[in-house]
Design a protein around this ligand. Structure first.
Ligand code: SPD
Length: 283
């Protein structure tokens, strides 16, 4: 009998990954964190039975969640990551020469420990710009006094400890924690999975109410349900599709290489939405 990991996202429909062996399994105070060696995707981390990342496809998610924000903001110096305990988002953010400090607020130290041990190339945990805090991101954001230029919400799915990251009051707090030209990006699930639609609508309606610029963009991640993944971009000032931003990317892209997914044209193209996706968040 072959060893397989199955994530069912609708009744009996799901994703199958061939496994070699289980490398790590721990039920933390918050969730079940596991790491497997797979037959195709390198090592794979799951949380409560949902794929978080594999060594082979993580670059898509982390580059897209980070660089869209980091190039849209004109001079991102202070960055806050909510979640992101595997370290991939922080790694991409810290490639930007303007960055002085990255606060990564991860509720579950087990995720960081497992990543450091079994996903060794994902994080850049010893970078002196990175400050890791083991706290609840929602409680943390309420008390921010020194505003951030960029906030990146790299949580898991809207069940369990990450549920609050899809609520309007959380985005209100993020808005308050951003500088006058601040902006945020967030992972917002797959448009193909109906059970996620209420959470997606909540996020996009919230950022539409709170920010002058709010947009959805897409990327293609083989190990996430249905492969198409949405992300939110909300800004107090700069528009991600402006000519200034395009110029910043073309001028600055050399300084953040290597990149395996993101480039200036892809930045622009990722905001083009299929009709069924834009209908999903229309009001
Ligand atoms: N169902 C997948 C949702 C994954 C969201 N976060 C992944 C963490 C990678 N840094």
């Amino acid at each position: 009998m072959p060893l397989q990991y199955n994530e069912y996202y609708n009744e009996q429909t799901g994703l199958t990954i061939g496994l070699k062996k289980l490398l790590f399994s721990k039920q933390s105070e918050y969730q079940l964190v596991e790491v497997y060696e797979t037959d195709t995707w390198g090592n794979l981390m799951t949380i409560d039975g949902m794929v978080m990342l594999s060594e082979r496809d993580e670059f898509v998610y982390h580059e897209m969640l980070s660089h869209v924000a980091m190039f849209t903001h004109p001079n991102p110096r202070r960055v806050l990551i909510i979640g992101g305990g595997d370290g991939g988002t922080a790694r991409e953010v810290m490639k930007h020469p303007s960055v002085e400090q990255v606060d990564m607020v991860e509720i579950d130290k087990t995720v960081v420990d497992a990543s450091r041990e079994f996903l060794r190339d994902v994080g850049d945990f010893d970078n002196p710009k990175l400050n890791v805090l083991y706290e609840d991101g929602i409680a943390f954001i309420k008390n921010v006094t020194d505003p951030y230029d960029v906030i990146i919400i790299d949580g898991s799915d809207p069940v369990g400890p990450a549920e609050g990251l899809f609520e309007k009051d959380f985005y209100e707090m993020c808005h308050n924690a951003l500088s006058d030209d601040g902006m945020l990006t967030a992972q917002t699930e797959s448009p193909w999975v109906e059970s996620y639609h209420p959470s997606m609508k909540k996020v996009f309606h919230a950022i539409d109410d709170l920010f002058p610029v709010s947009k959805m963009y897409l990327s293609f991640i083989p190990l996430y349900p249905a492969g198409m993944w949405s992300m939110a971009c909300a800004s107090k000032s700069d528009h991600p599709l402006s000519d200034d931003v395009y110029g910043r990317i073309t001028d600055g892209i050399e300084s953040v290489k290597p990149l395996k997914y993101y480039n200036a044209d892809l930045h622009r193209g990722s905001f083009a939405l299929p009709n069924f996706v834009s209908d999903l968040i229309a009001r």
